[in-house]
Design a protein around this ligand. Structure first.
Ligand code: PEP
Ligand code: MN
Length: 263
C-alpha cells in the first residue's frame, strides 16, 4: 500500500485544517519533552509567531536510562491540549504503548511512533486500526526497506495516513549523534507515495547543525521538518544540546522562507 507503483500520486495527509505532503513544507517544532505549562505555552506561541504549522512535544519519553526524566505522561498531554487551545497548532506526540491508544486518538492530532518502536509490530497494527495520521520515525538501524515495511504494517490494517520521518541512522561516526541519511529522502520518494519529514535535531544531536541539515533536507525533497526548540536549552530535561532557542528558530524560519513555500 505504501508502494508508488500502485499509487503514482504523492499522498497528502490532512491534519485538522493543515496538511503534510503536497506543495508546501510542513514545519513541526517544539521541545523534546513537555516540562511545564509555562514552557509549552511560551514555546508554542513563539514558534507559531515564526510560522511553524505544528507543535511537537513528548509527554511519554523513551529514554535510554530508566533514571532519566520519563515525561509528564498524561499531564503532558493535558498541557499540549492547552497549548493547542491557545495557538491552534495541531499536536504531534509520541505513543509508546497500545494501552493509551484511545486517549491519544481523542487528544492528539498526529501520533508519533518513535525510532525505538519502529518495529514494534503489535503497536503498528494497533495504530493501523485508527484513522489518525501517524508519524513513523525510522529506526536508528533500520534500512529503508524495513521502514517501508513498518509503514505497511500500519496501512495493512486500514490506516493509510502515514508520514515517514528520517531522523538519522547509526554509523561509525561519533561526532554527530546519528548520521542524517540524506539519500533516504529521494529513495523513499521514488519507492513510495508517502510524505517524508526530516528531523535534523535528532540526526545531528548538535543545535548548530540543525540549520544546514534542514536546508539540505529541503534540497533533497523533504515534505517537512521536525525541529526541537527549547526556551532554555542548557537546562532542558531532555536533548538540550540539539535544541535551538525560539529566537534562533525565528532566524532559521526566515532563512527557510527564502528557499521553501511553508505550510
Ligand atoms: C523524539 O522525537 O522525541 C524522539 C524520541 O525521537 P526518535 O524516536 O527519533 O529518537
Ligand atoms: Mn528529543
Amino acid at each position: 500500500k505504501a508502494n508508488r507503483l500502485f499509487h503514482p500520486e504523492n499522498s497528502v495527509i490532512s491534519v485538522r485544517d493543515r496538511s503534510i505532503g503536497g506543495q508546501k513544507l510542513a514545519i513541526i517544532a517544539g521541545p523534546c519533552s513537555v516540562e511545564s505549562e509555562e514552557q509549552i505555552i511560551s514555546i508554542s506561541e513563539q514558534i507559531k509567531e515564526s510560522g511553524a504549522g505544528f507543535l511537537r512535544g513528548g509527554a511519554f519519553k523513551p529514554r535510554t536510562s530508566p533514571y532519566s526524566f520519563q515525561g509528564l505522561r498524561e499531564g503532558g498531554l493535558e498541557l499540549l491540549k492547552r497549548a493547542r487551545e491557545k495557538t491552534g497548532l495541531p499536536i504531534v506526540t509520541e505513543l509508546m504503548s497500545a494501552d493509551l491508544i484511545e486517549k491519544f486518538v481523542e487528544d492528539v492530532d498526529v501520533i508519533q511512533i518513535g525510532a525505538r518502536n519502529m518495529q514494534n509490530f503489535d503497536l503498528l497494527k494497533e495504530v493501523g486500526k485508527t484513522d489518525k495520521p501517524i508519524l513513523l520515525k525510522r529506526g536508528m538501524s533500520a534500512t529503508i526497506e524495513e521502514l517501508l515495511m513498518a509503514a505497511e504494517y500500519i496501512m495493512s490494517e486500514g490506516n493509510e495516513n502515514v508520514i515517514l520521518c528520517e531522523r538519522g541512522v547509526r554509523t561509525f561516526e561519533q561526532y554527530t549523534r546519528n548520521t542524517l541519511d540524506l539519500s533516504a529522502i529521494p529513495v523513499i520518494k521514488k519507492l513510495s507515495h508517502l510524505p517524508v519529514v526530516v528531523d535534523p535535531s535528532h540526526a545531528a544531536g548538535l543545535w548548530w547543525l540543525v540549520e544546514p541539515l534542514a536546508k539540505a533536507a529541503i534540497a533533497v525533497g523533504a515534505d517537512g521538518l521536525m525541529i526541537e526548540v527549547h526556551n532554555d536549552p542548557a537546562n532542558a530535561k531532555c536533548d538540550g544540546q540539539q535544541s535551538i532557542t525560539p529566537e534562533r528558530f525565528k532566524t532559521l524560519m526566515n532563512s527557510l522562507k527564502q528557499i521553501a513555500n511553508i505550510e
